[in-house]
Design a protein around this ligand. Structure first.
Ligand SMILES: CC(C)(COP(=O)(O)OP(=O)(O)OC[C@H]1O[C@@H](n2cnc3c(N)ncnc32)[C@H](O)[C@@H]1OP(=O)(O)O)[C@@H](O)C(=O)NCCC(=O)NCCS
Length: 200
């Protein structure tokens, strides 16, 4: 695990330390099923916030990811998504986190095809993002949809910026973020990694 990855994980607030919150977030995705969205090629998905009941689907989703996608998302290799981590990822504190899932209900059980999340750092007035889309569902606009919703959510929270670590070899993500207006800053201590930021 590299230093950027460690910093990235360290910046995620623990479940117990989030009781003084400046911006109460409200997301437009309220109903249990969420909001119906369509991919560019017409596939139907439901966009909603993650819930504790998504744990099994999240773990199944992880098994469909390639090692490369996992490394690009977590900035280090992982062979499985441990139960404790899946649990943590499905139990969000809305005060400082938003985690959106794209759910495919055309199969049984329903499957998660993409996840986007932010962790707010109140002291820095910013949020760190991460996003992943399953390979068979890529290049049909879902990554851009998730990122746009995360940006919208950060604006709704009144934050000054949204940022993330991206490997320099991760052309898809760098291109996606460039189109959304993010700027890239190289990290001298982390050859191969960039910090990309959007002022809100
Ligand atoms: C990066 C990622 C989220 C993109 O998701 P996606 O659903 O395929 O992206 P979209 O279909 O919305 O594409 C949006 C834009 O991104 C760029 N893009 C996406 N995939 C690309 C690729 N393989 N090559 C070049 N550009 C690409 C394009 O500009 C694209 O717009 P276009 O399709 O109109 O040309 C996805 O590839 C992924 O999950 N990667 C692994 C995890 C990761 O890298 N996360 C980022 C770090 S947290």
């Amino acid at each position: 695990m590299n230093a950027a990855s460690l910093r990235s994980m360290a910046s995620h607030p623990s479940l117990s330390s989030r009781d003084h919150v400046r911006h109460a977030p409200t997301l437009s995705v309220h109903t249990a099923r969420g909001e119906r969205v369509h991919s560019r090629d017409g596939r139907e998905l439901w966009l909603r916030e993650i819930v504790p009941g998504d744990m099994a689907a999240l773990q199944r989703c992880f098994t469909r990811l390639s090692p490369e996608d996992i490394r690009r998302r977590f900035l280090h290799a992982m062979s499985e998504l441990p139960m404790s981590m899946a649990q943590r990822l499905c139990h969000t504190d809305a005060a400082v986190e938003t985690a959106l899932v794209l759910v495919d209900e055309s199969v049984r059980p329903a499957e998660i095809r993409g996840v986007g999340r932010i962790y707010v750092d109140e002291a820095a007035d910013s949020a760190e993002f991460s996003v992943i889309v399953e390979r068979d569902w890529s290049r049909i606009g879902l990554g851009a949809l998730l990122m746009q919703r995360l940006v919208d959510d950060c604006r709704r929270r009144g934050l000054a910026e949204i940022w993330g670590y991206v490997l320099l070899e991760n052309r898809p993500m760098l291109e996606l973020c460039r189109e959304l207006g993010f700027i890239r800053r190289l990290m001298p201590d982390e050859p191969g990694t960039a910090q990309i930021t959007l002022r809100l």
